[in-house]
Design a protein around this ligand. Structure first.
Ligand SMILES: C=C(O[C@@H]1CC(C(=O)O)=C[C@@H](OP(=O)(O)O)[C@H]1O)C(=O)O
Length: 363
C-alpha cells in the first residue's frame, strides 16, 4: 500500500494531480441499494470548489463529478464506485519559475527527496486539489449515514486571530467562510482583504460535529474511533493539529470538571467529544482541526534550490490565502468516511447497532 487508500470496509482510493488530466476516486465497500446520482455529490463539491469568493484561489474549476461505475438504475450495486472530475483550468506556467526551488513550508522539499522526481505543476499530488475526491466520496457516506439519522456538519471556529463562537447552524453555508455567526462575516472579510494587501496567508480552525451517532462505533485499541478520526482529519492538506472534544484543554482541567456526568436522561456535558475508550458514546462527536497558513505566498522567503543553492522564493499564481476557508466540507467528508467505515465494521462484528442512544443534553 502506498498511502492512497483510506478505510477498512468502506474504502476511498484517490488518484490524480492538480495539473494532470483529471482527479479520480474508487469508493469500495458501499452497501448495495443506496440511491445515488451525481447531484448527491455535487452539492458538497460546490461548497469546496475553488474560485467561489474573492477570498479563495481564483482558479476556475466547475468540479463536475461523473460517476463511472457502481451505480445501476439509480442505486449502488455493491461494486466499486468510480468517480472522476476533469481538470480544466490549469495554468502550469505559473510554476515554471519555481520548478527547481522548494517553497518554504511546502511539500515540494519532501516529495523531491522521497521520490527523486516530482510533478511540480500546481504542487502535483501534494495539491489540496486532491481533496475534491474526498468530498465526493464523503457525500456518499453522508447520504448513507443520513438515512440512519446521522448528520455530519462543520463550521469555521477561528480565522487567524479571530475566534468565532458558535451561534447557529442556520446560515453556515450562506457565507464564504462557513461562519456559524453571520454577524462576524464583515470582520472576516476585512481581515482577509488586509491579508491580501499584505501578500500573506493565515491559518484557521475548523470544528466538525456528527450527531445521531449510535453508541458502540470504534475499536478499542489501535483503531479507536478518535484515533481513526484524527488519522482522517490529519490527512487533509495543511492540517497540523486535531483535537477531540476538550482536546488540549484537558491538560488544565480537573477530573471533576472534565468528566461527563451521567443521569438517566443522558450526559450532562461532552468534554469527551463523543468518544470514550475509543468507542462512540452516542453523544455528538466533536473534532477541531488546526490548518496552517498556505505556504504559497508572494512575500519573498529564503530557501534553497534542488542543487542546494540559496534562493529567494516568491510564489506567484492563484492561491488560497487561507486554505481553512474551504476546509469545512473536506473535514466533514473525512469524518463521514470514518464513521461510515466504523458503522460497517460494527455491523460486521456485532450485527446491526440497536443500542439506544442516550438523550443528548449538551454539545
Ligand atoms: C485547484 C484547487 O486548489 C489549488 C490548491 C493549490 C495547492 O497548492 O494546494 C494551489 C492552487 O492550484 P493552482 O496553482 O493550480 O491554481 C489552488 O488553486 C482546488 O482546491 O480545487
Amino acid at each position: 500500500m502506498s498511502g492512497n487508500t483510506f478505510g477498512k470496509l468502506f474504502t476511498l482510493t484517490t488518484f490524480g494531480e492538480s495539473h494532470g488530466q483529471a482527479l479520480g476516486a474508487i469508493v469500495d465497500g458501499c452497501p448495495p441499494g443506496l440511491p445515488l446520482c451525481e447531484a448527491d455529490l455535487q452539492g458538497d463539491l460546490d461548497r469546496r470548489r475553488p474560485g467561489s469568493s474573492r477570498h479563495t484561489t481564483q482558479r476556475r474549476e466547475a468540479d463536475e463529478v461523473r460517476i463511472l461505475s457502481g451505480v445501476f438504475e439509480g442505486v449502488t450495486t455493491g461494486t466499486p464506485i468510480g468517480l472522476m472530475i476533469e481538470n480544466t483550468d490549469q495554468r502550469s506556467k505559473d510554476y515554471s519559475k519555481i520548478k527547481d526551488q522548494f517553497r518554504p513550508a511546502h511539500a515540494d522539499y519532501t516529495y523531491h527527496h522521497k521520490y527523486g522526481v516530482r510533478d511540480y505543476r500546481g504542487g502535483g499530488r501534494s495539491s489540496a486539489r486532491e481533496t475534491a475526491m474526498r468530498v465526493a466520496a464523503g457525500a456518499i457516506a453522508k447520504k448513507y449515514l443520513a438515512a440512519r439519522g446521522i448528520s455530519v456538519r462543520g463550521y469555521m471556529s477561528q480565522l487567524g486571530p479571530i475566534s468565532i463562537d458558535f451561534k447557529s447552524w442556520d446560515g453556515v453555508d450562506d457565507n464564504p467562510f462557513f461562519s456559524p455567526d453571520p454577524d462576524r462575516v464583515p470582520e472576516l472579510e476585512a481581515y482577509m482583504d488586509q491579508l491580501r494587501r499584505d501578500q500573506d496567508s493565515v491559518g484557521a480552525r475548523i470544528t466538525v460535529v456528527a450527531e445521531g451517532v449510535p453508541v458502540g462505533l470504534g475499536e478499542p485499541i489501535f483503531d479507536r474511533l478518535d484515533a481513526e478520526l484524527a488519522h482522517g482529519l490529519m490527512s487533509i492538506n495543511a492540517v497540523k493539529g486535531v483535537e477531540i472534544g476538550a482536546g488540549f484543554d484537558s491538560i488544565s482541567q480537573r477530573g471533576s470538571e472534565h468528566r461527563d456526568e451521567m443521569t438517566p436522561e443522558g450526559f450532562l456535558s461532552n468534554h469527551a467529544g463523543g468518544v470514550l475508550g475509543g468507542i462512540s458514546t452516542g453523544q455528538p462527536i466533536v473534532a477541531h482541526l488546526a490548518l496552517k497558513p498556505t505556504s504559497s505566498i508572494t512575500t519573498p522567503g529564503r530557501s534553497i534550490d534542488v542543487h542546494g543553492n540559496p534562493v529567494e522564493v516568491i510564489t506567484k499564481g492563484r492561491h488560497d490565502p487561507c486554505v481553512g476557508i474551504r476546509a469545512t466540507p473536506i473535514a466533514e467528508a473525512m469524518m463521514a468516511l470514518t464513521l461510515m467505515d466504523h458503522l460497517l465494521r460494527q455491523r460486521g462484528q456485532n450485527g446491526d447497532v440497536r443500542v439506544e442512544t442516550p438523550q443528548i443534553k449538551q454539545l
